[in-house]
Unconditional design. Structure first.
Ligand SMILES: Cc1cc2nc3c(=O)[nH]c(=O)nc-3n(C[C@H](O)[C@H](O)[C@H](O)COP(=O)(O)OP(=O)(O)OC[C@H]3O[C@@H](n4cnc5c(N)ncnc54)[C@H](O)[C@@H]3O)c2cc1C
Length: 461
């Protein structure tokens, strides 16, 4: 149901007039996320505390309007847009780091804290929060929790869920809950924290986050391994693990992504290479140096024509280039269809070859890069969506890629979530009984279905 006048007036009472926007120019700014489709909300609320969030949710239950939680809107799957109209509830003004407890390696933060800011603040105290999605300069901790964001460092340190100890949240029914613990261990009751992490704003609005920290490694080194063929580069990933090394990051870039990253950042990437692995190790200076040398040797043995270690500003520039790939891809076409499939690392070469073959057959521009150490491939089709032939071909290619992923024992999304762009494909991976169980969980948290409707579940399920 759209927001009517009486609901808007009650919302203004809950939020204060300045925190509720109904004019079209400002609503426009909240009609998109990084998935691209336009869905104009009826209004935008900028909550400043948990009481306001709870007030909004209770009113939504009473007046029956949809509420779409939103952090920075960098999500890749349309999770933060109002597909059924209603209210976008933006958490970006709840942006305080409440406490960094160095002795207990724990921190508390509000959901609107920008992840990169959180990194810098804990690092000032010699502490480390490893999850580092490539969007960390602008995405929020709340959005990271709701999507279970990953990023390059997941190889060694895991994803967001591995660092969330507890949450405060307002359920879709309007109840304020506290989940999890502030201690290293805790097994009392079901693990509601894990259930909420990755739930894409469909069960509860996260209002507070308790995160685990670890001491900051004193040294970090980067190894750049250059390969003539993409298949050799991706086959080297399993060789690295077999050599007994778990780098903290192991990223790969195909030739097309190398070219646009280089054009954007000028980091000196080898644009003539078939594929590059960018690896990172950490520890004490001696450990990091030794491991980087060993990594370079393993990559050369696995077929790299060149493998060199670097640190300091040179390495920083290389990672800047890696992080720039996703936005830089628009050089190849006005629209991007972006998938983040995952396969076992030993199957990456076969998966990448499947994509290369599909690109050849269809003539579409397909670009692969991503988190090789996790088997997480960011597979992108760059096209003009207004070209009906290209659009239909892209849809068919995606279905074939997904079939291949599942036949290899993989999953359709490693970190970007389902949102609206992947919901039509969910039943390829999850079957009826599990979907029904998930629906039942959704109904318990959000009995009137006001929270982020139209997301995750296959249409018509
Ligand atoms: C250039 C670029 C690079 C990226 N790289 C990575 C990467 O390396 N790894 C990765 O995992 N992702 C990556 N992403 C995707 C995206 O940044 C992440 O999904 C991020 O976690 C989204 O955070 P956000 O604050 O922008 O959330 P939004 O996009 O605003 O929201 C995302 C989802 O979370 C929900 N949500 C937001 N806040 C809350 C809350 N407080 N409570 C409940 N639900 C909430 C929304 O409803 C929505 O479903 C990238 C995106 C871009 C544009």
């Amino acid at each position: 149901m759209p927001l009517d006048k009486s609901a808007l007036s009650r919302l203004a009472d809950v939020l204060g007039k300045d925190n509720l926007w109904t004019d079209e120019p400002r609503r426009q700014c909240y009609a998109y996320d990084a998935a691209g489709g336009r869905h104009l909300p009826d209004a935008v609320a900028l909550a400043i505390d948990e009481d306001q969030v709870a007030g909004v949710i209770r009113l939504a239950n009473e007046k029956d309007f949809p509420v779409v939680p939103r952090g920075a809107g960098t999500g890749m799957t349309g999770g933060a847009v109002a597909v059924s109209g209603g209210l976008v509830l933006c958490l970006s003004r709840m942006d305080r780091i409440l406490n960094i407890d160095a002795a207990n390696l724990v921190a508390d933060a509000e959901p609107g804290v920008v992840t990169g800011h959180f990194h810098r603040e804990v690092e000032k105290l010699g502490l480390f929060y490893p999850p580092d999605p490539s969007s960390s300069g602008y995405s929020t901790l709340g959005g990271n929790v709701a999507e279970c964001a990953g990023g390059p460092r997941a190889v060694k340190y895991g994803v967001t869920r591995d660092w969330v100890l507890g949450l405060r949240a307002v359920t879709g029914a309007g109840e304020v809950i506290r989940t999890g613990v502030r201690t290293a261990k805790g097994v009392v009751g079901y693990d509601l924290t894990r259930l909420l992490v990755g739930s894409e704003g469909t069960l509860a609005v996260v209002t507070g986050i308790t995160l685990r920290l670890t001491p900051l490694p004193s040294a970090v080194r980067t190894v750049t391994a250059v390969f003539d063929r993409m298949a050799t580069a991706t086959a080297a990933v399993a060789r690295v693990f077999a050599a007994g090394i778990v780098p903290r990051a192991m990223e790969f870039m195909d030739q097309a992504s190398l070219k646009c990253a280089e054009e954007a950042i000028h980091a000196g990437l080898p644009v003539d290479a078939g594929g590059v692995l960018l690896l990172e190790v950490d520890g004490t200076a001696t450990e990091a140096d030794r491991e980087a040398q060993r990594l370079a040797e393993v990559c050369r043995e696995a077929g790299a024509r060149q493998a060199t270690a670097s640190g300091g500003p040179e390495a920083k520039k290389l990672w800047e280039a890696r992080k720039a790939i996703s936005p830089a891809l628009f050089r190849y076409g006005p629209h991007k269809i972006n998938e983040d499939i995952v396969v076992p690392v030993t199957s990456i070469p076969e998966m990448v070859e499947t994509v290369e073959r599909l690109a050849e057959e269809t003539g579409l521009t397909m670009v692969c890069f991503g988190h090789a150490g996790d088997g997480n491939i960011h597979f992108n089709i760059m096209l003009d969506k207004n070209d009906p032939k290209a659009f239909a071909q892209a849809g068919e290619a995606i279905r074939k890629v997904f079939e291949k992923v599942l036949s290899l024992g993989g999953t359709l999304s490693g970190e970007h979530g389902v949102g609206i762009t992947k919901s039509p494909f969910v039943s390829m991976e999850i079957s009826g009984p599990e979907i029904r169980l998930m629906r039942a969980v959704k109904d318990v948290f959000d009995p009137r279905g006001i929270l982020n409707p139209g997301k995750i579940f296959p249409p018509g399920s």
